[in-house]
Design a protein around this ligand. Structure first.
Ligand SMILES: [Zn+2]
Ligand SMILES: [Zn+2]
Length: 346
């Protein structure tokens, strides 16, 4: 089968690989019908995730059809259409019992990381019963690819950890796919203002269409002043950090109101300054985390009832043979205006 394969920092190819097999009784083999590329895949390709070894098939998002199941799989059978969760979970260990699937003792984020991933014709999914979700009849499968990772990440790590409440002022720093997912799902709670911050005017325009009430282009280095002006000098209730660099975490610390929350969603590669000398007295909450995808069933219902329209995030579509072209478009998203793309193998 063909698969997008990592060969060390800066090196990838779309090559023939052996078709995976059901290895353990709890495995399922999935024929991938739609997948996508994530910012995390680009981090891996830069060499930022050294746990990924040469020869690894990338990808942790997608939907597909069950091809075969191990004898221990009870919830799925051949022919079932499924959403593949980016997080694998046994459902039985101590962390899974707390719905902290991200830290499953025999799973977590392993797909396209420690085991072969979804940018392939077939993928082996361990602990299938707890790591796959049924696709309802007639559902828009492209939209459901957004449920593998970005929607639960934006919702769980941004909106739920930030405890977004009606009437609040929320800032989201970073208008990439996860920032946009946080923007869409924050609206479940009717905040009064959602201010989107990014360097890219096109993404800010898109954010307005998705429900941002105000936007700030931070490329002049004046994001803090602009946000304080927009909030009459009061600051914000929730400041989501969705970029992953010290500068954006700094902005969050300067704009947070007493009693506010700073949920960190960005993937941070270096140490940051934490201004405890100013924040110790401000009753703030700082949270971090990897998504557990425990809210996927709930998010699926909101998509089915049209309360949430994740298909809006899809900007480009490719056939499976165009995998390398899809990477090129995603890697140049500032020019190509790509948010999420769909790679189909029908
Ligand atoms: Zn992802
Ligand atoms: Zn577990």
């Amino acid at each position: 089968m063909k698969a997008l394969t990592y060969f060390g920092p800066g090196k990838k190819d779309f090559i023939d690989k052996p078709k995976p097999k059901v290895d353990k009784a709890t495995d399922a083999l999935i024929r991938v019908s739609k997948t996508t590329i994530c910012g995390t895949d680009l981090h891996i390709l830069k060499g930022d995730v050294p746990a990924v070894t040469e020869g690894r098939i990338l990808g942790h998002e997608g939907v597909g059809v069950v091809e075969e199941v191990g004898e221990g799989v009870k919830n799925f059978k051949k022919g079932d259409k499924v959403i593949i969760s980016c997080v694998t979970s046994c459902g039985k260990c101590e962390n899974c019992k707390r719905a902290l699937y991200a830290h499953c003792e025999d799973g977590g984020w392993i797909l396209g990381h420690l085991i072969d991933g979804t940018q392939a014709e077939y993928v082996r999914i361990p602990h299938a019963d707890n790591s796959l979700y049924h696709i309802p009849d007639g559902a828009d499968e492209e939209a459901l690819v957004m449920l593998s990772d970005i929607l639960p990440t934006g919702f769980e790590i941004g909106v739920l950890y930030g405890q977004v409440q009606p009437g609040q002022t929320v800032v989201i720093i970073g208008a990439g796919p996860v920032g946009m997912a946080a923007l869409l799902t924050a609206q479940f709670y009717s905040p009064a203002e959602i201010i989107m911050v990014d360097l890219d005017d096109h993404r800010l325009e898109v954010a307005k269409k998705f429900g941002a009430t105000k936007t700030v282009n931070s490329s002049d280095g004046k994001a803090v002043e602009k946000i304080m002006d927009l909030t009459d000098g009061k600051g914000v209730d929730v400041a989501m950090e969705v970029v992953g660099i010290p500068a954006t975490f700094e902005i969050c610390q300067q704009i947070i109101k007493p009693g506010g929350a700073i949920p960190v969603l960005g993937v941070h590669g270096e140490a940051v300054d934490f201004h405890l000398e100013k924040l110790w007295i401000k009753n703030i909450r700082l949270t971090t985390g990897l998504v557990s995808t425990s809210t996927t069933p709930m998010l699926l219902k909101t998509v089915q009832s049209n309360k949430l329209q994740p298909a809006k995030l899809i900007t480009h579509r490719f056939t499976f043979d165009e995998m390398l072209k899809a990477y090129e478009v995603f890697e140049n998203s500032a020019k190509t205006e790509a948010l999420k793309l769909i790679i189909s193998n029908e």
